[in-house]
Design a protein around this ligand. Sequence first.
Ligand code: NDP
Ligand code: 2IT
Length: 444
Amino acid sequence: MSYTEEVYERVVAQNPNEPEFHQAVKEVLDSLAVVIDANEEEYRRLSILERLVEPERIISFRVPWVDDNGKVQVNKGYRVQFNSAIGPYKGGLRFHPSVNQSILKFLGFEQIFKNSLTGLPIGGGKGGSNFDPKGKSDREVMAFCQSFMTELSKYIGADQDVPAGDIGVGGREIGYLFGQYKKVRGLYEGVLTGKGLTFGGSLIRTQATGYGVVYILNELLADHNMSIDGKTIVVTGSGNVAIYAAEKAMQLGAKVVAMNDSNGYIHDPNGINLDVVKDLKEVKRARIKEYADLVPGSSYTEGTGIWTIPCDIYLPCATQNELDLEGAKILAGNGCKVVVEGANMPTTLEATNYFLDNNILFIPGKAANAGGVATSALEMSQNSMRLSWSEQEVDERLHRIMVDIYQKISEAAKRYDMKDNFVIGANIAGFEKVVDAMKAQGIV
Ligand code: NDP
Ligand code: 2IT
């Protein structure tokens, strides 16, 4: 058995009931086989892979809070501090009822390679809670965030671990979390990113993940003699990443015809009116269903199946494993040629392999959505320097970082004779820097 297969089997055996973590590890280890084989003796001796797949630390804690009826509620809280070889742990917090250790370990593991690809000094981490912000009052969300941070504050810091947003955690939650950190630690420091602009936030961080997805899409298309102008695009989700991916795609001349949420999808053949989506999702916290009542000519379909809408380019920006093999085949059958992941691991392994085997250009999330965390790292730099860059400056840096990531993953794929296999390219390019730093720092 090869070293990568051995380590994968060990991960499955030692971490039962963690299917999402197994999936993320499998994709990475399969991609790394070519690099590992070339250095097998050394990597085995140093147990590089065994160290890479084991989080440095997992913190798990109780989060008690009081709801609006005066009843005490209890949630689970976590922080997975996965790898600090190249910088302080960095990665988002997810608040969603589905959150468990498997999901946070998969996200933390992916984050190591993503953060490495940005070229910035940030290690990999992730955290969150099974708390569901949907339907809660602002006071309930604040009470939860305060209790969560009272415990988490013992383990994080501007040079130690810097959380940010993810599903269910946006500007409102980051504000409450920051306020509580400051209160219990007595420190006004850049301990969270995605902060409001009046207390250390960076311009463009809100837009960064979605804009970055489209910046890398643009590079991919230009490299294959195509252009985004005039293309029909389906964007899944209708949260932070989806909205700003759609916005940038439209600015560059594409037509976005469909979006969804966990209840169903809207189809607007004339092109989605993003102001309506923003008002529903960012202001009213409503369901996407309401779009069809507000915009003539659009329709709403309950349930899954957004991939049945024909498009040239598909940008999955909602959640893990939202697109399976059956959906992938339908997309390709309807003429879709390009899939770029805005979410983390939205495409199953089978669907990913189908795209790779059928000449559908595919960029995985750890490269394509890295603009969010990259701009978080720019926010950390601005906080350390105690100054703020202009919108244009941050946007230009983000753009440069995404162009650079495309070049890195494309070059790594070519180096191993796998041109246009950006899964292999991203995993190898991300891995190389982390492993170099781990080796240099000894057995720690
Ligand atoms: P948001 O909470 O802002 O939005 C999430 C969106 O996805 C919502 O529209 C939500 O619908 C939808 N969604 C969630 N679960 C499901 C589901 N099971 N089926 C269908 N739709 C679903 O989160 P973000 O936009 O921040 O995150 C989206 C993805 O992007 C995640 O995978 C996240 O890890 C990734 N990401 C986020 C970054 C960031 O900077 N925010 C950076 C890099 C990656 P509903 O409202 O019904 O739940
Ligand atoms: O998945 C991700 O990269 C994020 N949710 C953003 C993390 C960050 O630290 O900005």
